[in-house]
Design a protein. Structure first.
Length: 254
């Protein structure tokens, strides 16, 4: 019997990704609007969980993971009875002060990413210093963690590591489309792209990106030609603007 438990408030895609990572070390409770949505969550997770409707839920002395849409915070807060031990919020752009709409002893904002499903999330955290050790331990079960010093830093981290998988997915798809355009079979392009990302993921852990680029780019070679095309297409500027736009949006949501 698992001694640790976590209660999910909400059962969307990110909640499921986290549950798939955390179910190895925690017993899972999900609080949702309908029995059908929670049944679907349980089926996707592949294990038996505790399912509780909002109208029947109590959060007293529970550690809860808030995974609802930011716009639904006030409505959800009005439905939850009791006082939680620690509230971990995954709500982008929602301040620690705003989270006090839900009664808890401690508050922590967390921003994992979809790689939580395979235990490789990069999770940024900020909140009550009293929660730091437990938060790092909890989210450490689904990947790497980083405790930050301010909510501003968390919003920037959200733009980078939280939203980053979507940006990398765009690049991965574009690489495959480019290879197909030149005449490679799509299935082969997909195999090559996946191998590329897997290997690069390991290399970038220990080598600065500028050095990786320099190690591949020989004078007048194929990489230099392709790199020039990326610079001409303003890919670097586009990536930086993506971080700016996502960070700006996080601030607007407060």
């Amino acid at each position: 019997m698992m001694s640790k438990s976590i209660t999910f408030i909400g059962n969307g895609k990110m909640a499921l990704a986290l549950a798939k990572g955390l179910c190895k070390t925690h017993s899972i409770e999900v609080v949702g609007r309908t029995q059908a949505s929670m049944d679907n969550f349980e089926t996707a997770l592949g294990i038996s969980i505790t399912k509780t409707l909002y109208t029947e839920a109590t959060i007293t002395q529970k550690n809860i993971l808030l995974c609802v849409k930011p716009a639904n915070l006030k409505e959800v807060a009005s439905l939850l009875k009791g006082k939680a031990s620690t509230l971990y919020s995954l709500l982008a752009g929602t301040t620690l002060e705003s989270l006090k709409a839900i009664n808890a002893d401690h508050y922590c904002r967390a921003m994992p990413n979809l790689a939580a499903e395979v235990g490789l999330s990069m999770t940024s955290l900020v909140g009550d210093n009293a929660t730091a050790e437990d938060a790092l331990s909890l989210f450490g079960t689904i990947g790497k963690t980083l405790w930050l010093g301010s909510e501003k830093e968390l919003d920037i981290a959200t733009a980078l590591a939280g939203s980053g998988p979507a940006y990398l997915a765009l690049i991965a798809e574009a690489f495959c489309d480019g290879a197909v355009r030149e005449g490679l079979k799509r299935d082969d392009a997909m195999v090559l792209m996946r191998g590329l990302f897997e290997g690069f993921g390991k290399l970038i852990q220990t080598t600065h990106p500028a050095l990786l680029k320099d190690n591949v780019m020989s004078p007048g070679g194929t990489t230099a030609a392709g790199y020039g095309a990326l610079e001409k297409g303003k890919v670097r500027e586009g990536c930086m603007e993506a971080i700016h736009a996502a960070y700006t949006r996080a601030k607007e949501m407060k």
